[in-house]
Design a protein around this ligand. Structure first.
Ligand code: NA7
Length: 535
């Protein structure tokens, strides 16, 4: 191989993914003078926002908070139009970022990474792709996203259905016209809750198959008020800093008061107020909601009453009302007219707990009670979350050890950033970091800053290798577990615990507490990368 040809495949860092994380990594590494390349399976940038084009797709963090903060000009010049941005608007933003910072020339699109192997003698990673590219790099950085491997329902006959079939997380770019169609939709998580009201307005009939009801609060979405935006932009740095100190990384109400110590009338007024304001801050109404069942019940009962008020048919209202787990411990949903949609004549709910799916047929779905005929099926059945995208790549560290083996009993990381036995390997918003339990835009930026600062530190110190120690990793894994066990979160069968994927080890995969986490990351740096071995 010629020297020129070799250098075309040799980098300081290979970044896997060109979504929110990959784009900023590329920009930051370039600014620091490193030669980096991003490998992206999609034909465009955007990650989650590239793939999840289902009707009604939006972010459930407010748009003014769900963006980068690294460029003051960018945040001043970009104008969001609504309180909660739609998928097309977020994708347009990420395309704007890619163009503005001239990132595309270092992204290889339409290319999927299949393997990443560490060569200890050369201190290099070799990265292989599905189109037979082979790249080598000093650092391998996984910006592969937490919700990027879609999951189909495990029901017999999946291949038999002869009509059109879609997964919300891999939606056709040209869109889907449901006019006049009989549509069956499986799932009632966030993606379903956002898409059901939109599909219902178009389809002739929509039948929703629900296994577990969600708790959903209204978005109270609206166009952004220019005065509010101006005020926000003027205080952007301060507000971003404040958000980074909160439990979930978004700037809003996190009351210090306890629900159990608040008189019932005052409590109800608080819930009403937050319901009217809309969105995820509802779960911050009181400080004890995710810690004690008694407190949690007060919020859950409030939402249950709202469902009964909204949904006219009592049996449908009862089926839509979650009883199985504490509110907030499965992902809270934020909706626009979700519950009211079940009052439409063309919408029906099938409760799979009462009548489970037996199989799919060429024409529809058979449950234990009935057969349903459809033109189209929509699977809003979620993802192999947090670890799925990493498990899909053959990642091998020191001594050829496979990440899949190291994580056989559940993911083990130090800070969700690094893995013992995998030198010069980083995960952005990996398991063990706040990730999906936070404002992802903020957490991604914090991780990218940390990783790129670390790489610059290694260069400045003349080191070329960094690796988490097994002790630091073990302590962190235990700490993540202890924190989650002090809350109600482990009580729900959620994808946070891998419960939606048969056979996946039941481990709570996110760190609860954005502010505390960021402080820990700062301490590690202040301690000259405490818990890491550098050489
Ligand atoms: P989720 O939240 O994982 O929701 C998936 C839904 O699909 C959920 O209601 C599941 O029920 C249901 N599901 C999954 N498998 C089946 C089978 N086999 N039969 C019936 N129902 C099934 O994914 P989303 O895409 O909605 O949201 C993911 C995140 O994206 C979201 O939280 C936001 O952060 C953005 P289950 O609860 O497992 O009983």
């Amino acid at each position: 191989m010629s020297e020129q040809h070799q250098s075309a495949h040799r980098f300081d860092a290979v970044i896997v993914g060109a979504g929110f994380a990959g784009l900023y990594l590329l920009h930051r590494l370039r600014e620091l003078g490193f030669r980096a390349i991003a490998i992206e399976a999609g034909e465009g940038v955007g990650g989650t926002w590239y793939w999840n084009r289902y009707p009604g797709a939006r972010c459930d963090i407010e748009s003014l908070q769900y963006q980068y903060s690294f460029s003051d000009e960018l945040q001043r010049e970009w104008n969001w139009t609504e309180r909660y941005a739609t998928q097309p608007e977020i994708l347009a933003y990420l395309n704007h970022v890619a163009d503005r910072f001239d990132l595309r020339r270092d992204i290889r699109f339409g290319t999927r990474v299949t393997a990443a192997r560490y060569d200890e003698a050369a201190r290099q990673w070799t990265i292989e792709t599905d189109n037979q590219q082979r790249l080598s790099a000093h650092f391998c950085i996984m910006a592969t996203g937490c919700l990027s491997v879609t999951k189909l329902p495990e029901v017999p006959g999946l291949e038999d259905f002869a009509g059109r079939c879609y997964h919300t997380g891999a939606w056709p770019h040209e869109g889907v016209d449901f006019t006049g169609r009989r549509v069956g939709l499986i799932g009632t998580g966030s993606s379903a809750i956002q898409s059901i009201p939109v599909i219902a307005k178009q389809a002739a009939q929509l039948t929703v198959f629900q296994r577990t009801p969600s708790f959903s609060v209204p978005a109270q979405n609206a166009p952004l008020d220019p005065e509010h935006v101006k005020d926000y932009k003027d205080r952007y740095a301060e507000l971003r800093r404040q958000a980074g100190e909160t439990p979930f990384g978004f700037q809003d109400v996190f009351a210090p008061t306890l629900a159990v110590e608040t008189p019932s009338e005052t409590r109800t007024r608080t819930y009403e107020d937050l319901w009217d304001r809309g969105g995820l801050p509802f779960i911050g109404a009181f400080a004890d909601l995710v810690f004690t069942q008694e407190a949690n019940d007060t919020a859950a009962d409030f939402v249950r009453a709202k469902i009964r008020e909204t949904v006219k048919d009592p049996a449908t209202a009862a089926a839509l009302t979650a009883q199985q787990y504490p509110i907030g411990t499965k992902r809270m949903c934020v909706d626009i007219d979700y519950y009211a949609t079940f009052n439409r004549d063309n919408v029906a709910l099938v409760d799979l707990r009462a009548t489970p799916i037996e199989r799919l047929t060429s024409t529809g779905i058979v449950t234990s009670a009935s057969e349903y005929i459809f033109d189209d099926l929509v699977f809003a059945t979620g993802f192999d979350a947090m670890t799925g995208a990493l498990a899909a790549i053959d990642i091998r560290g020191r001594d050829g050890q496979a990440l899949a083996d190291a994580w056989r009993d559940g993911p083990r990381t130090y800070l969700g950033l690094a893995v013992a036995g995998f030198p010069n390997f980083f995960t952005v918003t990996g398991p063990g970091s706040p990730s999906v339990m936070s404002n992802m835009a903020l957490s991604i930026e914090q991780h990218v800053d940390w990783i790129t600062d670390c790489i610059a530190y290694l260069r400045d110190q003349g080191h070329d290798c960094i690796e988490a120690t097994s002790e630091a990793e073990a302590d962190w894994v235990q700490h993540v577990r202890d924190v989650s066990n002090s809350t109600l979160f482990p009580l729900a069968n959620s994808w946070y615990l891998g419960a939606n994927v048969p056979g996946k080890p039941r481990v709570f995969m996110a760190y609860l507490g954005v502010g505390a986490y960021a402080e820990k990351c700062r301490d590690v740096v202040a301690g000259e990368y405490a818990g890491f071995a550098c050489s």
